[in-house]
Design a protein around this ligand. Sequence first.
Ligand code: ZN
Length: 288
Amino acid sequence: MRWDDMRESGNVEDERSSSGFGGGGLRLGIGGVVLAIVVGLLVGKSPMEILGMVMQFSGHQPVATQRGPIAATDNDQSKRFVAHVLGDTEDTWGKLFQESGEQYRPPKLVLFRNAVQSGCGQASSAVGPFYCPADSKVYLDLGFFDELHKRFGAPGDFAAAYVVAHEVGHHVQNLMGISDKVHRAEQGKSKATANALSVKLELQADCFAGVWGHYAQARGLVDRNDMEQALTAANAIGDDTLQRNAGRNVAPDSFTHGSSEQRMHWFRTGFESGRVKDCNTFSRNAAS
Ligand SMILES: [Zn+2]
Protein backbone atom coordinates (compact mmCIF):
# COMPACT_ATOMS: atom_id res chain seq x y z
CA MET A 1 0.00 0.00 0.00
CA ARG A 2 1.51 3.31 -1.08
CA TRP A 3 -0.04 5.47 1.63
CA ASP A 4 2.78 8.02 1.38
CA ASP A 5 1.45 8.97 -2.05
CA MET A 6 -2.00 9.73 -0.67
CA ARG A 7 -2.83 13.33 0.14
CA GLU A 8 -2.35 14.16 3.81
CA SER A 9 -5.48 15.46 5.52
CA GLY A 10 -5.45 18.54 7.72
CA ASN A 11 -8.41 17.19 9.69
CA VAL A 12 -6.50 15.18 12.28
CA GLU A 13 -6.76 16.54 15.82
CA ASP A 14 -4.08 15.24 18.13
CA GLU A 15 -5.32 15.08 21.70
CA ARG A 16 -2.90 12.43 22.84
CA SER A 17 -1.11 14.66 25.29
CA SER A 18 -4.30 15.69 27.09
CA SER A 19 -5.52 12.74 29.06
CA GLY A 20 -9.07 11.96 29.97
CA PHE A 21 -10.09 10.35 33.26
CA GLY A 22 -7.60 12.46 35.21
CA GLY A 23 -4.62 10.99 33.43
CA GLY A 24 -5.32 7.41 34.42
CA GLY A 25 -7.53 6.02 31.77
CA LEU A 26 -9.69 2.94 31.94
CA ARG A 27 -8.65 -0.23 30.21
CA LEU A 28 -10.60 -3.42 30.27
CA GLY A 29 -9.07 -6.67 31.37
CA ILE A 30 -7.63 -8.71 28.53
CA GLY A 31 -10.72 -10.90 28.21
CA GLY A 32 -12.89 -7.85 27.88
CA VAL A 33 -10.91 -6.28 25.10
CA VAL A 34 -12.10 -8.76 22.50
CA LEU A 35 -15.74 -7.94 23.16
CA ALA A 36 -14.95 -4.29 23.65
CA ILE A 37 -13.80 -4.10 20.06
CA VAL A 38 -17.02 -5.54 18.69
CA VAL A 39 -19.03 -2.99 20.52
CA GLY A 40 -16.48 -0.27 20.12
CA LEU A 41 -16.99 -0.01 16.41
CA LEU A 42 -20.70 0.31 16.95
CA VAL A 43 -22.28 3.48 15.74
CA GLY A 44 -25.13 5.54 17.02
CA LYS A 45 -24.83 4.77 20.69
CA SER A 46 -22.92 6.94 23.09
CA PRO A 47 -19.51 5.60 24.04
CA MET A 48 -20.54 5.50 27.68
CA GLU A 49 -23.47 3.37 26.74
CA ILE A 50 -21.14 1.15 24.76
CA LEU A 51 -18.74 1.00 27.67
CA GLY A 52 -21.60 -0.02 29.96
CA MET A 53 -22.53 -2.75 27.53
CA VAL A 54 -18.97 -3.91 27.37
CA MET A 55 -18.77 -4.24 31.13
CA GLN A 56 -22.03 -6.11 31.10
CA PHE A 57 -20.99 -8.50 28.33
CA SER A 58 -17.51 -9.17 29.55
CA GLY A 59 -18.19 -9.35 33.25
CA HIS A 60 -14.88 -7.62 33.73
CA GLN A 61 -14.32 -4.77 36.06
CA PRO A 62 -12.26 -2.05 34.47
CA VAL A 63 -8.64 -2.39 35.36
CA ALA A 64 -6.89 0.90 35.65
CA THR A 65 -3.67 0.71 33.73
CA GLN A 66 -1.66 3.61 32.59
CA ARG A 67 0.54 4.18 29.64
CA GLY A 68 3.22 6.73 30.24
CA PRO A 69 3.30 10.23 28.80
CA ILE A 70 4.00 10.24 25.09
CA ALA A 71 7.12 11.58 23.51
CA ALA A 72 6.72 14.08 20.71
CA THR A 73 7.71 11.51 18.10
CA ASP A 74 5.82 8.59 19.62
CA ASN A 75 3.49 7.06 17.04
CA ASP A 76 4.22 9.87 14.61
CA GLN A 77 4.55 7.40 11.77
CA SER A 78 1.11 6.02 12.62
CA LYS A 79 -0.25 9.52 12.88
CA ARG A 80 1.06 10.40 9.43
CA PHE A 81 -0.36 7.16 8.10
CA VAL A 82 -3.81 7.98 9.47
CA ALA A 83 -3.66 11.53 8.07
CA HIS A 84 -2.78 10.25 4.59
CA VAL A 85 -5.51 7.60 4.59
CA LEU A 86 -8.04 10.13 5.87
CA GLY A 87 -6.98 12.56 3.13
CA ASP A 88 -7.55 9.88 0.54
CA THR A 89 -11.06 9.13 1.86
CA GLU A 90 -11.76 12.89 1.61
CA ASP A 91 -10.71 12.95 -2.04
CA THR A 92 -12.74 9.88 -2.94
CA TRP A 93 -15.93 10.83 -1.08
CA GLY A 94 -15.57 14.44 -2.16
CA LYS A 95 -15.62 13.30 -5.76
CA LEU A 96 -18.48 10.83 -5.30
CA PHE A 97 -20.63 13.41 -3.53
CA GLN A 98 -19.85 15.99 -6.19
CA GLU A 99 -20.89 13.56 -8.91
CA SER A 100 -24.31 13.31 -7.30
CA GLY A 101 -24.59 17.08 -6.90
CA GLU A 102 -23.83 17.07 -3.18
CA GLN A 103 -21.04 18.52 -1.13
CA TYR A 104 -18.93 16.32 1.10
CA ARG A 105 -18.10 17.76 4.49
CA PRO A 106 -15.19 15.68 5.79
CA PRO A 107 -15.10 14.51 9.41
CA LYS A 108 -12.40 15.43 11.91
CA LEU A 109 -10.36 12.53 13.22
CA VAL A 110 -9.33 12.79 16.86
CA LEU A 111 -6.30 10.84 18.04
CA PHE A 112 -6.46 10.15 21.74
CA ARG A 113 -4.72 8.09 24.33
CA ASN A 114 -6.43 6.14 27.12
CA ALA A 115 -9.58 8.23 27.25
CA VAL A 116 -11.30 11.12 25.53
CA GLN A 117 -14.19 13.52 25.94
CA SER A 118 -16.29 13.25 22.77
CA GLY A 119 -19.53 14.88 21.66
CA CYS A 120 -21.12 11.56 22.57
CA GLY A 121 -19.74 11.46 26.10
CA GLN A 122 -16.52 10.32 27.71
CA ALA A 123 -14.98 7.18 26.28
CA SER A 124 -12.07 4.91 27.05
CA SER A 125 -9.78 3.30 24.47
CA ALA A 126 -11.32 -0.01 25.45
CA VAL A 127 -14.31 0.73 23.24
CA GLY A 128 -12.08 0.75 20.15
CA PRO A 129 -12.34 3.29 17.33
CA PHE A 130 -15.73 4.94 16.99
CA TYR A 131 -17.62 7.65 15.13
CA CYS A 132 -19.68 10.21 17.01
CA PRO A 133 -22.51 11.63 14.85
CA ALA A 134 -23.14 14.46 17.32
CA ASP A 135 -19.83 16.16 16.55
CA SER A 136 -19.06 14.40 13.24
CA LYS A 137 -15.73 13.13 14.51
CA VAL A 138 -13.92 9.82 14.30
CA TYR A 139 -12.11 8.87 17.51
CA LEU A 140 -9.07 6.63 17.40
CA ASP A 141 -6.49 5.45 19.90
CA LEU A 142 -3.49 4.33 17.83
CA GLY A 143 -2.99 1.48 20.29
CA PHE A 144 -5.87 -0.22 18.47
CA PHE A 145 -3.62 -0.91 15.49
CA ASP A 146 -1.27 -2.91 17.73
CA GLU A 147 -4.30 -4.72 19.07
CA LEU A 148 -5.43 -5.52 15.55
CA HIS A 149 -2.04 -6.95 14.79
CA LYS A 150 -1.17 -8.78 18.00
CA ARG A 151 -4.51 -10.04 19.22
CA PHE A 152 -6.39 -10.54 15.98
CA GLY A 153 -3.52 -11.51 13.71
CA ALA A 154 -4.51 -8.89 11.16
CA PRO A 155 -1.25 -7.16 10.33
CA GLY A 156 -0.56 -4.68 7.60
CA ASP A 157 -1.23 -1.12 6.68
CA PHE A 158 -4.34 -1.82 4.74
CA ALA A 159 -6.04 -3.58 7.67
CA ALA A 160 -5.51 -0.38 9.66
CA ALA A 161 -6.67 1.74 6.72
CA TYR A 162 -9.81 -0.37 6.54
CA VAL A 163 -10.60 0.53 10.15
CA VAL A 164 -10.28 4.25 9.34
CA ALA A 165 -12.33 3.86 6.16
CA HIS A 166 -15.05 1.96 8.05
CA GLU A 167 -15.43 4.82 10.55
CA VAL A 168 -15.46 7.33 7.68
CA GLY A 169 -18.18 5.11 6.19
CA HIS A 170 -20.31 5.87 9.26
CA HIS A 171 -19.75 9.57 8.63
CA VAL A 172 -20.94 9.14 5.05
CA GLN A 173 -24.07 7.38 6.36
CA ASN A 174 -24.59 10.29 8.71
CA LEU A 175 -24.32 12.83 5.88
CA MET A 176 -26.71 10.78 3.74
CA GLY A 177 -29.24 10.64 6.58
CA ILE A 178 -29.08 6.84 6.64
CA SER A 179 -28.03 6.52 10.29
CA ASP A 180 -30.90 8.77 11.43
CA LYS A 181 -33.40 6.76 9.46
CA VAL A 182 -32.15 3.50 10.91
CA HIS A 183 -32.12 4.76 14.46
CA ARG A 184 -35.69 5.98 14.06
CA ALA A 185 -36.69 2.58 12.70
CA GLU A 186 -35.09 0.92 15.72
CA GLN A 187 -37.30 2.78 18.18
CA GLY A 188 -39.77 0.52 19.96
CA LYS A 189 -38.53 -2.58 18.15
CA SER A 190 -37.37 -5.76 19.84
CA LYS A 191 -33.71 -6.04 20.67
CA ALA A 192 -33.22 -8.68 17.97
CA THR A 193 -34.83 -6.47 15.29
CA ALA A 194 -32.87 -3.42 16.40
CA ASN A 195 -29.65 -5.46 16.36
CA ALA A 196 -30.43 -6.72 12.87
CA LEU A 197 -30.79 -3.11 11.67
CA SER A 198 -27.53 -2.14 13.39
CA VAL A 199 -25.80 -5.00 11.64
CA LYS A 200 -27.00 -3.72 8.25
CA LEU A 201 -25.68 -0.27 9.10
CA GLU A 202 -22.32 -1.77 10.06
CA LEU A 203 -22.13 -3.91 6.93
CA GLN A 204 -22.87 -0.85 4.83
CA ALA A 205 -19.97 0.96 6.52
CA ASP A 206 -17.80 -2.03 5.53
CA CYS A 207 -19.08 -1.75 1.96
CA PHE A 208 -18.34 2.01 1.93
CA ALA A 209 -14.82 1.20 3.16
CA GLY A 210 -14.60 -1.12 0.16
CA VAL A 211 -15.77 1.68 -2.18
CA TRP A 212 -12.90 3.82 -0.93
CA GLY A 213 -10.54 0.87 -1.51
CA HIS A 214 -11.83 0.52 -5.06
CA TYR A 215 -10.71 4.03 -6.02
CA ALA A 216 -7.43 3.72 -4.13
CA GLN A 217 -6.77 0.60 -6.20
CA ALA A 218 -7.78 2.37 -9.42
CA ARG A 219 -5.10 4.97 -8.70
CA GLY A 220 -2.52 2.27 -8.05
CA LEU A 221 -2.20 3.07 -4.34
CA VAL A 222 -3.39 -0.32 -3.12
CA ASP A 223 -3.39 -3.76 -4.72
CA ARG A 224 -5.06 -7.14 -4.35
CA ASN A 225 -2.70 -8.21 -1.55
CA ASP A 226 -3.83 -5.17 0.40
CA MET A 227 -7.42 -6.23 -0.04
CA GLU A 228 -6.57 -9.65 1.34
CA GLN A 229 -5.22 -7.90 4.45
CA ALA A 230 -8.48 -6.05 4.87
CA LEU A 231 -10.39 -9.28 4.48
CA THR A 232 -8.23 -10.84 7.18
CA ALA A 233 -9.18 -7.93 9.44
CA ALA A 234 -12.85 -8.20 8.51
CA ASN A 235 -12.64 -11.90 9.20
CA ALA A 236 -10.96 -11.40 12.56
CA ILE A 237 -13.43 -8.83 13.83
CA GLY A 238 -16.67 -10.52 12.73
CA ASP A 239 -19.02 -10.97 15.66
CA ASP A 240 -19.16 -14.74 15.38
CA THR A 241 -15.38 -15.04 15.40
CA LEU A 242 -15.07 -12.67 18.34
CA GLN A 243 -17.72 -14.53 20.29
CA ARG A 244 -16.13 -17.88 19.54
CA ASN A 245 -12.69 -16.63 20.50
CA ALA A 246 -14.12 -15.25 23.70
CA GLY A 247 -15.42 -18.73 24.51
CA ARG A 248 -19.09 -17.89 24.05
CA ASN A 249 -21.72 -19.60 21.99
CA VAL A 250 -22.41 -17.83 18.74
CA ALA A 251 -25.69 -15.95 19.10
CA PRO A 252 -26.67 -14.15 15.88
CA ASP A 253 -29.33 -12.03 17.65
CA SER A 254 -26.65 -10.30 19.62
CA PHE A 255 -24.51 -9.51 16.58
CA THR A 256 -23.80 -5.82 16.28
CA HIS A 257 -21.49 -5.82 13.25
CA GLY A 258 -22.26 -8.99 11.38
CA SER A 259 -20.51 -12.31 10.96
CA SER A 260 -17.03 -12.59 9.53
CA GLU A 261 -18.48 -13.87 6.28
CA GLN A 262 -20.93 -10.96 6.01
CA ARG A 263 -18.25 -8.39 6.73
CA MET A 264 -15.95 -9.91 4.10
CA HIS A 265 -18.80 -10.13 1.60
CA TRP A 266 -19.76 -6.47 1.90
CA PHE A 267 -16.24 -5.13 1.97
CA ARG A 268 -15.50 -7.10 -1.18
CA THR A 269 -18.74 -5.89 -2.82
CA GLY A 270 -17.75 -2.25 -2.35
CA PHE A 271 -14.17 -2.91 -3.39
CA GLU A 272 -15.13 -4.69 -6.62
CA SER A 273 -17.86 -2.28 -7.76
CA GLY A 274 -16.94 1.12 -6.34
CA ARG A 275 -20.62 2.08 -6.52
CA VAL A 276 -22.48 3.45 -3.52
CA LYS A 277 -25.75 2.01 -4.75
CA ASP A 278 -24.32 -1.50 -4.60
CA CYS A 279 -23.96 -1.02 -0.84
CA ASN A 280 -27.66 -1.32 -0.12
CA THR A 281 -27.38 -3.77 2.75
CA PHE A 282 -30.97 -2.88 3.68
CA SER A 283 -32.46 -4.20 0.45
CA ARG A 284 -34.65 -7.26 0.90
CA ASN A 285 -32.62 -9.03 -1.78
CA ALA A 286 -29.30 -8.17 -0.18
CA ALA A 287 -27.23 -11.27 0.44
CA SER A 288 -26.70 -10.61 4.12
ZN1 ZN B 1 -18.94 0.44 12.75
